[in-house]
Design a protein around this ligand. Structure first.
Ligand SMILES: C[S@@+](CC[C@H](N)C(=O)[O-])C[C@H]1O[C@@H](n2cnc3c(N)ncnc32)[C@H](O)[C@@H]1O
Length: 326
């Protein structure tokens, strides 16, 4: 169950570069600002219950959306202390060590091995984070560091949520663009010919190869067009089609080599995004897997009250909410 932490370098790097770009949370395309609505409603009673001097831990914090929400909702500000860990190299730009001295970020920390003594925290939380780790180790660690009278609460990806449905469409789009015969590779191959054609430099001996590359490019463009027509979530494809076409056929004064390196940077960014989307889709929990997680929590802390529910609002299902209370 859960992922293998041995093969984590690509995933860690994918998240590190995402967080370094400054997004506050991992659904930046879906929610503006911090989480609001049903998600903020899930957290509010937990954060409002924090007492002066209480310690909170956020696991898989990303750019600290939850510490920020707790800071805003608890109204205790400096009177609570928040530690926030992530396997990735997180260092949120909003975090001002002067103003937020009570919040400490710990990059490079796997949830399966938390560097805190037992019973260190009154509230242990994770949002779209715990399911990315390896169980039961991560669950055991959460409850080890959570005090006997403390609470642990998680929001987890739901396999039927709107976020995961969008993620599946995104993944199809990313795969289409990055396929061996997809638009990115076809653009790479046709770009030098486009420049040669413009300068009238394609000799008779090269015409066949130039034509083959142009046909492959047109075919890839047509496939992208068909996917856009088919509906789903076409934003990425619309953007890619326009940007790539302008790069290939409008030199904009830059030579083929520098445009090819921009295309390679685009391909790398797409690959990184694909790793993240794939992670979300593959770690989203079906009801059965959630049941296993709840059973494991009950086994680890038999006297706790473990409750779970679906979190949803007008857009549809957003995730599972799990609370482990003493
Ligand atoms: C979907 S993001 C959640 C970010 C944040 N909690 C939020 O709500 O915006 C998942 C995070 O889990 C982190 N992660 C994945 N595996 C992990 C592990 N084994 N230990 C700690 N963090 C992990 C990733 O680096 C990533 O930042």
């Amino acid at each position: 169950m859960g992922m293998s932490i041995d093969n984590s370098a690509a995933r860690r790097n994918a998240w590190s570069s995402y967080w370094a770009n400054g997004a506050l949370h991992s659904c930046a395309g879906s929610f503006a600002g911090n989480y609001a609505g049903a998600i903020a409603d899930f957290w509010r009673p937990l954060f409002e219950r924090l007492q002066p001097g209480d310690r909170m831990l956020d696991i898989a914090t990303g750019n600290g959306a939850l510490p920020m929400l707790a800071w805003e909702q608890s109204r205790l500000e400096g009177d609570i202390s928040i530690d926030a860990v992530d396997l990735a190299a997180v260092a949120p730009a909003w975090h001002d060590p002067g103003e937020h001295a009570a919040i400490r970020f710990h990059p490079g920390v796997p949830m399966e091995r938390l560097p805190f003594p037992g019973q260190s925290f009154d509230l242990v939380v994770s949002q779209y984070g715990l399911e990315y780790g390896q169980w039961p180790e991560a669950l055991r660690e959460c409850l080890r560091v959570c005090g006997a009278s403390g609470t642990a609460a998680f929001i987890l990806h739901h396999a039927g949520s709107v976020l995961v449905k969008v993620g599946r469409c995104e993944l199809d789009n990313q795969r289409l663009l990055l396929a061996p015969d997809g638009l990115v590779q076809a653009a790479r191959e046709v770009l030098p010919w486009a420049d040669l054609a413009r300068s009238g430099g394609i000799g008779p001996a090269q015409e066949g190869e130039a034509r083959r590359c142009k046909d492959a490019y047109n075919l890839a463009m047509r496939q992208v067009g068909e996917s856009i027509e088919a509906g789903g979530v076409p934003d990425l494809l619309l953007e890619a089609r326009t940007w790539i076409h302008a790069l290939v056929f409008g030199s904009g004064g830059s030579n083929a080599a520098s445009r090819l390196s921009r295309l390679d940077a685009y391909r790398d960014a797409l690959l990184t995004a694909m790793v993240r989307t794939d992670e979300m889709v593959s770690h989203a929990l079906q009801e059965q897997a959630l049941g296993d997680m709840v059973a494991t929590l009950r086994q680890i802390r038999p006297r706790a009250d473990v409750s779970c529910r679906v979190i949803e609002q007008s857009e549809g299902v957003l995730g599972w909410g799990v609370v482990v209370a003493s």
